[in-house]
Design a protein around this ligand. Structure first.
Ligand code: ATP
Ligand code: MG
Length: 419
């Protein structure tokens, strides 16, 4: 019986992987431009990390985690990238390093969600975290980098939506107002939201059930309840974005699906994505590091979905350059030529060329056909006659020209001719 790929996952086959490599290269280049360094944390962590970090009334923690037990330990595949970075930051005492700590990651994430276009169970994120600054300069820079990545890939028509979701201080009053608003319809909410009503009513705003969505329409908005500090911060953020020339819209409806956010929340939305329109989401999380047992560390970051990014590129017809074939294919005729060919393969690879040769025992014609189809820039043909003269036939595949070249000068010929 054939075993298929699990639902919600996708293979990145070689005819697609070059796109990923190209995008990841661009991420790395942009990260370097902003002084961000790479963080690689494990694919699984103690379940407790996500329950505490992301919040145990969130959809992610309540419904979507891939949790398993092994040797009486509960472990979870990472549903997002920030909690692991924060854990490692604390564990490796990185608060002792010069601040801000600026980190990026490229990682698979796992969430048991209903599959839709742009929504998978294993997906990939590029994310950044800036640890140590409570200044809105940091928020503006993080947003600027998201903007830079997306527009740098040639993506137009994006909208940046920003909001402030306040801090534990101003949320107290908001929470009351929200509960007052939701209370009359308490019975109509799903069981999960009923459970959230006391613990974390803001999470109800983010529930995906259409029934719950109906009864949150017109709910009070955090933006109207901000304390002076949060209000000033939001004004500050807007003026920083203005100064950087980054266009935005204030969207009081942005809540974000993870509990750790405070103050700034933002999303980059694309009309090319359909229902799953957010390609990048982020914000400030001033209490996460402390919550996880570390020192008081204000922080801000974003996570960008790579699958959704690819969907936008495809919808916009933005082509990612295809990788080139080998520099040279070595075709041989006869046993003696085969052995000489092998020597040449080794020699040219040592000198830095990418070299492919026949390992299928094909006839010359089939070898040349393969060379052509594989996109090799040059083909070298070695036969007994050529060997006697110490030469090979060098064929430029692009121009369809051929000439005799001495074996000793083959490398110079190939590397010197515009490769
Ligand atoms: P959504 O509202 O689409 O569920 P989210 O708020 O859960 O997104 P975050 O946790 O902020 O998303 O993750 C950041 C980004 O990761 C999203 O903007 C999206 O591009 C991507 N992402 C999140 N979940 C998925 C998924 N299941 N499949 C593919 N990409 C995803
Ligand atoms: Mg989600």
């Amino acid at each position: 019986m054939i075993i298929n790929i699990p639902k919600g996952t996708k293979d990145i086959v070689p005819s697609e992987s070059y796109k990923w490599q190209w995008i990841e290269k661009r991420f790395r280049e942009t990260a370097a431009k902003y002084g961000y360094r790479e963080f690689r944390t494990p694919i699984f962590e103690h379940t407790e990390l996500f329950a505490r970090g992301i919040g145990d009334t969130t959809d992610v923690v309540q419904k979507e985690m891939y949790t398993f037990e092994i040797a009486e330990r509960s472990l979870t595949l990472k549903p997002e990238g920030t909690a692991g970075v924060a854990r490692s930051y604390i564990e490796n005492k990185m608060s002792g390093e010069p601040l801000p700590g600026k980190y990026f990651y490229i990682t698979p994430c796992f969430r048991y969600e209903k599959m839709q276009k742009g929504r998978q169970r294993q997906f990939h994120q590029f994310g950044i975290e800036c640890f140590g600054s409570k200044n809105m300069m940091a928020d503006a820079e993080v947003i600027a980098m998201g903007w830079d990545v997306l527009t740098g890939l040639g993506i137009t028509g994006l909208s940046l939506r920003i909001n402030s979701i306040g801090c534990p201080n101003c949320r107290k009053e908001y929470r009351k107002a929200l509960q007052d608003f939701l209370r009359p319809n308490y019975d109509k909410f799903c069981d999960t939201c009923k459970g959230r009503f006391e613990k974390n009513p803001m999470r109800i705003l983010d529930c995906k059930s259409p029934e719950c969505q109906k009864y949150v329409q017109g709910a009070p908005r955090m933006l109207d309840y901000l304390c002076d500090e949060c209000k000033d911060a939001f004004e500050d953020l807007k003026s920083n974005l203005d100064a950087m020339g980054i266009p935005y819209e204030v969207d009081p409806g942005i809540v974000r699906g993870l509990d750790y956010y405070t103050k700034t929340a933002f999303e980059f939305v694309s009309s090319d994505l359909g229902a799953q329109s957010t390609v990048c989401g982020g914000g400030r999380y001033d209490h996460l590091v402390e919550e996880l047992g570390g020192p008081d560390t204000p922080a801000v970051g974003f996570g960008m979905g790579i699958e959704r990014l690819l969907l936008i590129l495809e919808a916009k017809g933005i082509e990612i350059p295809k990788p080139e074939g080998a520099d040279v294919f070595i075709a041989t005729m006869g046993d003696r030529a085969k052995k000489e060919g092998l020597k040449l393969v080794v020699d040219l690879r040592k000198k830095g060329l990418s070299v492919v040769t026949d390992v299928m025992e094909r006839g010359l014609k089939a070898q040349l056909k393969y060379a052509d189809r594989s996109g090799a820039a040059y083909t070298v043909v070695i036969g007994d006659d050529e060997l006697d003269k110490g030469v090979v036939a060098l064929r430029d595949m692009k121009n369809s020209t051929q000439k005799e070249v001495k074996i000793e000068s083959l490398f110079e010929e190939i590397s010197g001719q515009g490769k």
